[in-house]
Design a protein around this ligand. Structure first.
Ligand SMILES: [Ca+2]
Length: 282
């Protein structure tokens, strides 16, 4: 865990790059108490220890399926897929997909123990945090930590997507959702310590996998939450997610910016969403 000092920062964005419907703004000054957060997303190895210690069964396992991105599934798995959501046809409903078999029954994580755990619902993430003596970060804590001490920047490292021509995060290059050039080195998840950390020592807050936050999601977030340790705790149908994933591309989902927001229902799991753990100091 790294200790993030208490402070004030400009949260959200008014940039035309942002998505108004997501409630990325209006940007405003927010004050945050000091807290601790893990430099890395929770890995497959971490989650495996939790399951071994507790016998926890994830929601994807109980439901019997999870969402797998079509380019990552084997030809055999694709043949068996019965259900594809019409609005997002690149997501396959794969039976038997869960954290230890991320692309379905014919896949495993043996070469990916240091990758972020995926196919984890918000409920699963909370169960892990409780076991590990922590909690999910609030959206405000997450964004403050993700900015790494920089002010009003687009990314955790600055305003340009690449630095000195070098990739800074794991997103999508090429034509979404057909062709992923993977010029950043990864077509799916990357190890949690890939690329350079931000100013607070956090890795992969942008890209790689979405990260659950503790807030209920509302597009009105910046209008209705207070400026001191904001947290939206009125029940809606979705929980907040931050950071974007290896599937994000400028043309389709420019949400690997630090102010960007997304959400999903708390029992949903996908192959591109995980979490990192935080802890209060008091
Ligand atoms: Ca990539």
């Amino acid at each position: 865990m790294v200790t993030i000092p208490a402070g004030e920062f400009m949260m959200g964005t008014n940039s035309p790059e942002g998505f108004p419907a997501d409630g990325e703004g209006p940007a405003r000054m927010v004050t945050i108490d000091s807290f601790q957060i893990n430099p890395y997303a929770v890995t497959n190895a971490d989650f495996g220890r939790f399951v071994e210690a507790t016998g926890y069964v994830t929601e994807a396992e109980r439901f019997g399926w999870s969402y797998v991105f079509h380019l990552l599934a084997s030809a055999e798995t694709k043949e068996r897929v019965a259900n594809v959501p019409q609005a997002v046809p690149w997501w396959l409903v794969v039976h038997g997909a869960y954290w230890a078999a991320p692309e379905g029954l014919d896949s495993n994580i043996s070469e990916r123990m240091n990758h972020p755990v995926v196919h984890i619902s918000w409920t699963d993430a909370n169960a892990y945090c409780e076991w590990a003596g922590g909690r999910l970060p609030t959206e405000a804590e997450w964004e403050y930590a993700a900015r790494g001490g920089l002010e009003r920047k687009t990314y955790p490292w600055g305003d340009l997507l690449k630095q000195d021509g070098k990739h800074q995060c794991n997103i999508w290059q090429g034509k979404f959702p057909i062709k992923n050039n993977a010029s950043d080195g990864y077509i799916g998840t990357a190890p949690v310590d890939a690329y350079e950390p931000n100013g607070f020592g956090l890795y992969n807050v942008s890209g790689n996998v979405w990260e659950w936050c503790s807030d209920w999601f509302t597009p009105a977030y910046h209008k209705v939450t207070r400026d001191l340790n904001p947290h939206y705790n009125k029940r809606t149908d979705k929980r907040s997610m931050r950071g974007g994933s290896y599937l994000c591309h400028r043309s389709y989902c420019n949400r690997y910016r630090v102010a960007a927001r997304s959400s999903n229902t708390p029992d949903s799991s996908t192959g591109n969403c995980g979490f990192r753990i935080a802890r209060s100091l008091v």
